[in-house]
Design a protein around this ligand. Structure first.
Ligand code: ZN
Length: 136
């Protein structure tokens, strides 16, 4: 192996987007450099895994940059709430959701409890007090 063969690559955590695992080549002549920053790891990084043990991670998203059917555009802010706390957030939202969207809200609540994360629009998180009004 030449020194260039030993160039590592970093994966990114799917959840928070932070650099996560280090990839190293395992055979001579195999480079992982092309993978650098391009692999999204669906296994939570250590920080996200800790957060998911503690509660439900609510990631702030920018709706203006999020296309339906694609990955939500994360703003980088997140909060961790207890499952009960998340249910209170959903209960707060419920009266303000149009009836057709209640199924979506129920699905989001069930998803968050099962997978220990969810996404909410940044402006809504500020309105709900999950983020400081001027934290950015
Ligand atoms: Zn993470």
């Amino acid at each position: 192996m030449t020194p260039a063969d030993f160039q590592p690559a970093l994966t990114h955590c799917y959840f928070c987007g932070q650099p996560d695992k280090i990839l190293l080549p395992t055979k001579a002549g195999v480079s992982v450099q092309d993978c650098h920053g391009k692999i999204i790891d669906r296994e939570p990084c250590a920080r996200c895994a800790d957060f998911m043990k503690a509660g439900i991670i609510v990631f702030s998203i920018d709706e203006a940059h999020s296309e339906p059917g694609e990955e939500p555009y994360r703003t980088g802010d997140l909060v961790v709430v207890t499952p009960d706390g998340f249910d209170r957030v959903i209960a707060t939202l419920r009266p303000h959701v149009v009836p057709q969207a209640l199924g979506t809200l129920d699905a989001q609540q069930a998803f968050a409890h099962k997978h220990r994360f969810t996404f909410l629009p940044e402006a809504l998180m500020r309105t709900l007090g999950l983020l400081e009004p001027e934290s950015r």
